[in-house]
Design a protein around this ligand. Structure first.
Ligand SMILES: C[S@@+](CC[C@H](N)C(=O)[O-])C[C@H]1O[C@@H](n2cnc3c(N)ncnc32)[C@H](O)[C@@H]1O
Length: 213
């Protein structure tokens, strides 16, 4: 069986993305895939190098070979390839809203566990670039996702966001950036074991949230 569809939203409709935004997200990636094909540009990344730099920083939360890992907004599943090429074979599941992007990912990785949906339950939950779109909700959905990812994971969560201190999203209607200090405070109210990482790319920051020190 190539994929299993999540029945997300059945128990917790309030956490799900609004239906209109979800449709827009799927449309957006349909167009970018048609334009760029299998490429980081179809995922709105600036380059393969920047995509992989994000993978490197996320993976340094403490992932070990054999861990299970959920990649939220996995795109084509490129994180899996990156982990394998860095001697980190993991029990990988990717979820993404865009069936078109997942289908292309499955062409490239026919045996990878890629599922359509929003969230699930794993040791680690990683998210790269998924929350950079402006949903016109002041970051509410992003905070719900972060909180829910942490509730669902057994070991921890690592995610990146665009940094509002270095990236001026005000003139880019579709993009949303976050203040690292405010997101850190939000995360620390969930778990004391949080770390902020920045300086690895101009416009990004990464936060690790763990259950144990
Ligand atoms: C910037 S791309 C990054 C893809 C992948 N993480 C990578 O770095 O190669 C963001 C992806 O998140 C997906 N996405 C956006 N919002 C999502 C959500 N709430 N749940 C699951 N996937 C989502 C999009 O369809 C897109 O494929």
């Amino acid at each position: 069986m190539r994929r299993v569809y999540l029945r997300f939203g059945e128990k917790d409709v309030s956490s799900a993305m609004a239906a209109g935004e979800r449709k827009l997200m799927i449309e957006r990636h349909r167009h970018s895939l048609a334009r760029f094909g299998y490429s980081p540009h179809a995922l709105y990344w600036e380059s393969r190098e920047a995509q992989e730099m994000r993978f490197k920083v996320l993976s340094e939360i403490g992932i070990m070979a054999g861990d299970s890992l959920l990649d939220v907004g996995c795109g084509f599943g490129d994180l899996y390839d990156w982990l394998i090429s860095h001697d980190l074979p993991v029990d990988y599941t990717g979820i993404d809203l865009s069936m078109e992007i997942l289908d292309k990912g499955l062409d490239i990785h026919p045996t990878l566990n890629l599922q359509q949906g929003e969230l699930f339950d794993f040791d680690w939950s990683l998210l790269s670039g998924t929350l950079s779109w402006c949903l016109k909700d002041e970051g509410d959905y992003a905070r719900r996702v972060i909180r829910r990812m942490f509730e669902l994971c057994r070991k921890g969560v690592a995610f990146n966001l665009l940094n509002s201190r270095t990236f001026d999203a005000a003139n880019m209607g579709d993009i949303y950036a976050f203040d690292p200090a405010k997101i850190m405070k939000f995360c620390r109210d969930i778990t004391p074991y949080c770390e902020l990482h920045d300086g690895y790319l101009d416009y990004d920051f990464t936060i690790y949230m763990k259950r144990d020190p």
